[in-house]
Design a protein around this ligand. Structure first.
Ligand code: SF4
Length: 389
């Protein structure tokens, strides 16, 4: 029996030992595709029993595109002074919240660039006012690098900034900006973003404060499978520490491939074999299965339909993912990099889940299950794409 088969046999038993970094790398490199995905599905069934796949009705709000960090894979930001910069007012942002309320949404993911001038009170006034006007919407806002930028401007620690934002109504700190928590990869594509340690430290501070957090992972910068597992290990180690300290820790792990269009990372690597950069569907599905087996301390693994499409997201549900992500009304960051579709109607997500053989269940930002009406249209196959005239 090959090493990968032995590891999968052990991992498929009841109550298996924790998967080591070395074993996870062997699985990533060598395991037979179908066997690896099946092991991911078995683990999902033991960790999340039942046949439900959850999803969230939410929207994205990108309050500003001004940013000084210049990540090479980012097509969204504009440097200060650029003609296409914008920063939204409270009323403009509030209007977007109202649109979400109209369709029964429960969470706004509000992120922007690292703006060099907005003062602390701009953010506090924004959060307080949104909390007052839209009490039923969870405010999951900013990423660790934004918190660091705000801390620099106002001269407070990142922990103090997080604490003030929580008091003002912030519910969670999303996991944006993790990308690859391996400095040799990270500092090559985002030299101004700071080390992996910084991202993990701010996340730990958020978890200690009781903010809802998730862990993300962007793959396809040309890193090795061992690097990808190292990223998972950094996240798993923090999760161990957070849980030992009595915190909830990360609710979920969400991975997707880097998008290569419209950004300097794609341009500087033009001509390289596309299999080296980004990730093929098979590679992405291996990543889902390995992450499900690796994270014995994070309950939810998310399928990323905006970057992979609904079909691959369905396969991800059969490789260990238990969550179909969210409707993402008005997503701007990933779509700026050439992804063609980054928002979905609730019916479409329900249909995607049903057609993969699972039952859709709406959730909130904390993975609390909500009453769910399955639309009759969700039970019919999607219409074929319209042919151009
Ligand atoms: S990914 Fe975020 S931090 Fe990096 S350039 Fe884009 S907006 Fe700025």
């Amino acid at each position: 029996m090959t090493d990968s088969r032995k590891i999968l046999a052990i991992q498929s038993a009841v109550d298996p030992p924790r998967l080591s970094i070395e074993e996870a790398t062997i699985l990533y490199d060598e395991a037979e595709f179908g066997e690896l995905l099946h092991a991911g599905l078995l683990r999902r069934r033991s960790m999340i029993p039942g046949n439900e796949v959850t999803y969230l009705v939410d929207r994205n709000v990108n309050y500003t595109n001004v940013c000084t960090i210049n990540c090479q894979f980012c097509s969204f930001y504009r440097p200060p002074g650029h003609a296409e910069t914008y920063t939204q007012t409270i009323d403009e942002i509030s209007y977007r919240f109202s649109e979400l309320e109209d369709i029964g949404g429960t969470r706004v993911l509000m992120q922007g660039g690292v703006h060099p001038e907005l003062p602390l009170n701009w953010y506090i006034d924004l959060l307080s006012e949104l909390r007052r006007r839209h009490p039923s919407i969870a405010l999951d806002c900013f990423s660790p690098i934004e918190i660091e930028g705000i801390a620099d401007i106002c001269g407070l620690s990142t922990k103090e900034v997080l604490s003030r934002f929580k008091e003002a109504g912030m519910h969670g700190l999303p996991g944006g900006g993790a990308e690859m928590l391996v400095d040799v990869v990270r500092l090559d594509v985002s030299p101004k973003k700071g080390s992996a340690d910084n991202w993990l430290r701010v996340m730990e501070e958020a978890q200690v404060l009781g903010l809802t957090t998730s862990a993300t992972n962007v793959i396809g910068f040309g890193e090795s499978n061992a690097h990808r597992v190292q990223h998972m290990d950094r996240v798993r180690s923090l999760q161990d520490a957070s849980k030992a300290a009595g915190c909830v820790g990360f609710t979920s792990f969400i991975a997707w491939p880097v998008q290569l269009e419209n950004n300097s990372f794609g341009r500087r690597n033009r001509g390289r074999n596309r299999i080296e950069l980004g990730a093929t569907s098979r590679e992405y599905l291996r990543h889902i299965a390995v992450s499900r087996l690796f994270f014995d301390n994070i309950d939810h693994i998310q399928a990323s339909w905006p970057t992979m499409g609904m079909g691959i997201a369905q396969l991800a549900l059969l490789a260990g993912a238990d969550d179909a992500g969210s409707t993402m009304m008005e997503e701007n960051v990933v779509s700026a990099s050439g992804t063609t579709k980054t928002e979905a109607a609730e019916t479409e997500l329900q249909r995607t889940i049903l057609m993969a053989g699972f039952r859709p269940r709406k959730r909130d930002s904390d993975y609390n299950l909500l009453n769910t009406t399955i639309e009759s249209k969700a039970n019919t196959p999607a219409p074929p794409p319209t042919q151009p005239a």
